[in-house]
Structure formats: C-alpha cells, structure tokens
Design a protein around this ligand. Structure first.
Ligand code: GLU
Length: 480
C-alpha cells in the first residue's frame, strides 16, 4: 500500500519560493506544552515558524498543548508568551487545548463511529510482558491488536473488574484483516528534509485517549491543525515518526493534511539534548545574563544550516536569510559561548536610536548619551555594562589605581599639559603630542598610565572618544 501526502498544496519552485493556491493563507503554529520555560531549542522551532510566516505573509498561532492538566500551568503559558515577545515573536492568535476538549470529544465520536478507535484493557505490565514475548519470537515490539479479538464476555469481565479502557487508533496498515498488518509506506515531501517515508506496519496503534478520558498529544494536535487551518507544521525532527501516524489520522478525519517540515534539534557541544525541565539555556536565563534577543535568534536559526552563524541585526534580515531547506539533517551542535560573541557583535553595531530607551532605563540620558554610546558600544559584553562606563566617566574610577612614583610624576606633568578650552575633536591628539614631546614617553609607557588615571581600567573605549565626554574639568579631576 502506498500513500502520498502533503504535496497537493504547494509545488516547489526553487529552494526558497513555494507557490500556493491563491486562496490559501499560510498558517503555522508553535505548540509547546506549558510545563516549563522554553529554551533556545524551542526558540528555534518558534522562530522557524515565525520566519516562515513572515516570508509568506502568513499567520502565526501560538498554541499551548496543555492537555496534560497536571503538569501544565497558566504561569508557564504566560512566561512562554513573554519569552516569545522578548524574542520578537508576536502571535496573531493564542489558543489553549485545555479549553477545547469538546472539539476533541467530537472527533473521538467520529473515529469510534468509523470503527477506527477501539477500546483496550491491558495494564502497562501486561503490555510490557507482551512486548518481551514478541521480541523473543523475533517480532517487532509493536502492539499486536489483541484487544480486537476480545469477546463480549471478556470485555464484560474486565468492566466488572473495574477496568476502564484506553483507546487506540487503528492504523491503516492492512488490507482486510487488522491482525495481518503489512508494510504500508506513508510518504510526504518534507519542507526541510525532502522525501520522507514511514512504514505504518512498524508502529503500534497509538493510544489517543487514556483510561481516565484524558487526551494524549496526537489527536488534539491533528484536530487543532485541521480546525485552525494550519497549512504548515514546522517542528523538531523528534516528531518525524509521529507525522506518519498523524497523516493517517488526518485521512481518517477526512481532512487534507498540512505540509510538514522537521528541523534538526539543537544539542550542546557534548551532544546533550536540551530539556525544558532542567531550565538549561532557557530564554529567561539568557535574557537575565544580558544576551540580546537577536543574538539568541541569530544562533537559534542559523546554527545547523548551510548559512554562517553571524549576528543578524533585525528579524526582517534574518527572515531574508532563512531557508528551511538549507537546514542540515544531523543534530545542530552549538557552543553557548557563541552567544556572547554574537552579543558583542550586535552591541558593537547597535545604532543609538535602538539603544536610547534602554540607556534611559540605566540612567544614561541627556546630550552626552549619544556620543557616550558611540564611544563605549564597541567595548560592551552586555548592554547593561554601559552603566559601569557612565558611572566611571561621571564619578571617576571606582578604585584609585596604584601608580609607581615615576608614573605619578609623569602623569602630573602630563595633566599640566592639558589643552585649554574650548576643545575641538582633535584634543586627544594634541594633548598626547605635547606629552610625547615634553616627557619623551611614547606607546604603552605613555598610554597605559593615562588610561588608568582616566578610567581606572587597563583597557576600554578609545580615550580620544572619552576625553570630550569628560571635558577639561572632568579630566583634570583625575590628576593623581
Ligand atoms: N507539544 C508538542 C511538542 O512540544 C508539539 C509538537 C508539534 O508541533 O506538533 O513537542
């Protein structure tokens, strides 16, 4: 048997442009379970969807897969929205699966009526035992559909014992007898990975509903993708096998499936996956560390693709570089330290107009704010560090440097040579020219003590830029 899915909607024109039927609005969704804070790997999925929507003038739905009501919380949903906004993602709509159970119940009735959902009474221990037996017989460890062979008496007995059924979806991997599954390939043209195939005979019929009537992820996801008009499902490649099952479910519910795309997952340099539960590399922690949103977005999107990882200044520019088909198939290893490199690069080029409001929050305002920003931005690891330089320029070095007698004599002589007001743009050049001539010092021997006296630091922004900010009075106040 042979199914081909997900191709009817678009035809690939080149690797970046996909032509769709004119009536179709591209609609994507980002669907985390709100069971923790999102990390940079989740941000990759969200951004792939967001950039895809941007490039196709589409809609982005924020969907919370919160059917697991015991582990999902409103606080985590809110925090995820906050993190998305911080990254520069503004959903067109926000949906919660926990508020949509009636819609899933209706789909269940439809599947039951079509005899595609069947009741099973096995306990986890019984299933485990069966799997072991199958393995020893050299059979694949999938569910053998024993529940389909139960007699009415056996069912009555289970029910009398107080057992409640869980419900499995009958995968279409047989011709007429479900107990004789046969190889059934489901094919789709993956937006990221190209031709993909899943053999439905290699899978167990998935449980869609638990004993207590609660839903597992599979059915609500498909029902919502149908109901919300999702045209493209872009998610991590840990869902490739699910896609085989879900394509069958779309078909069972009489719906045309969306186009699927599965991107590679991010792992740390040692190959470890990221987990929402551990909080490692959460968007929250990166924000608190002072990493810029576009540094996170640049790395999250460009790593593990054929593009170079560079600091991209705006989301619009990142969208231009984004091409799902340029994503590699293997895991995308990354080094968190790269975030700091990208962060510095972003700050070094950040125009004042972009920094202004954030500098005001740090207490940096007035007519000196712009020249100050242009002077210090090239030396910042984090934007908030600008406050340290601002304080240093306003109040003097935090700690008075310890000068040798020779350096102190040199500095006193140097400060006496400071040009008179009014200063122009070349005051630094003029001053150091005078010092060189009078003292004979040059290079490091000249500059290091001056820098230490003026800033208290052995390195930092160009002194030529800082001097006009200090002014003549401010400079003289630093004479040791
Ligand atoms: N809640 C699922 C997850 O976080 C969503 C997967 C999907 O996009 O369908 O993995």
């Amino acid at each position: 048997m042979f199914y081909v899915c997900g191709q009817a909607r678009g035809s690939l024109v080149n690797s970046k442009t996909i032509r769709y039927a004119p009536f179709m609005t591209v609609t994507v969704r980002f669907a985390p379970s709100p069971t923790g804070r999102i990390h940079i790997g989740n941000a990759r999925t969200a951004l792939f969807n967001w950039l895809f929507a941007m490039n196709n003038k589409g809609r982005f739905i924020q969907r919370f897969d919160d059917t697991d009501v015991a582990r999902s919380t409103q606080e985590f949903s809110d925090a995820i929205l906050y993190d998305l906004h911080w990254l520069g993602i503004f959903p067109d709509a926000t949906e919660y699966q926990s508020r949509r159970f009636e819609i899933y119940d209706a789909a269940v009735e439809k599947l039951k009526a079509a005899r595609l959902l069947y009741a099973c009474y096995e306990t986890p221990e019984e299933l485990d035992l069966r799997r072991k037996v199958r393995r020893t017989r050299g059979l694949p460890p999938v569910y053998g559909r024993e529940a389909l062979t139960l007699t009415a008496e056996q069912v009555a007995e289970y029910q009398a014992d107080g057992r409640r059924p869980h419900w499995r979806f009958l995968l279409p991997n047989f011709t007429s007898d479900p107990l004789q599954p046969e190889r059934t390939e489901i094919h789709w043209n993956d937006l990221v990975r190209g031709e993909e195939t899943v053999d439905l005979a290699s899978l167990s019929d998935p449980v869609l509903m638990r004993e207590d009537g609660t839903y597992l992820y599979t059915l609500p996801s498909v029902v919502d993708d149908i109901e919300m008009g999702i045209s493209h499902v872009i998610r991590g490649d840990d869902h490739v096998t699910n896609t085989g099952v879900q394509l069958a479910l779309f078909q069972a519910l009489g719906a045309e499936p969306p186009v699927f795309g599965h991107h590679n997952l991010l792992t740390t340099a040692s190959g470890e996956g990221l987990s929402k539960r551990s909080g490692a590399l959460s968007i929250e922690s990166l924000r608190e560390t002072g990493i810029e949103p576009m540094a996170v977005a640049s790395l999250a999107v460009l790593v593990g693709t054929s593009e170079n990882v560079v600091a991209v200044q705006t989301m619009a520019e990142l969208a231009e570089r984004f091409d799902p088909a340029a994503t590699s198939k293997s895991a995308a290893k990354f080094d968190p330290d790269e975030l700091f490199v990208l962060n510095r690069a972003l700050l070094h080029h950040m125009p004042f107009s972009e920094a202004r409001d954030r500098l005001i929050v740090l207490g940096i305002s007035g007519e000196q704010a712009e020249p100050f920003w242009l002077a210090v931005r090239g030396n910042l690891d984090r934007l908030a560090d600008a406050a340290i330089w601002w304080r240093t320029l306003r109040d003097g070095p935090q700690e008075q440097p310890d000068f040798s007698d020779a350096d102190r004599d040199f500095l006193r002589q140097a400060f006496d040579l400071l040009p008179e007001d009014p200063w122009n743009g070349s005051v630094w050049k003029e001053w150091t020219g005078r010092i060189r001539e009078a003292t004979g010092r040059k290079g490091k021997a000249l500059f290091t003590p001056l820098r230490l006296a003026l800033t208290g630091q052995p390195s930092g922004p160009e002194l030529a830029d800082l001097l006009p900010l200090l002014g003549r009075e401010g400079t003289l106040a630093r004479r040791p």
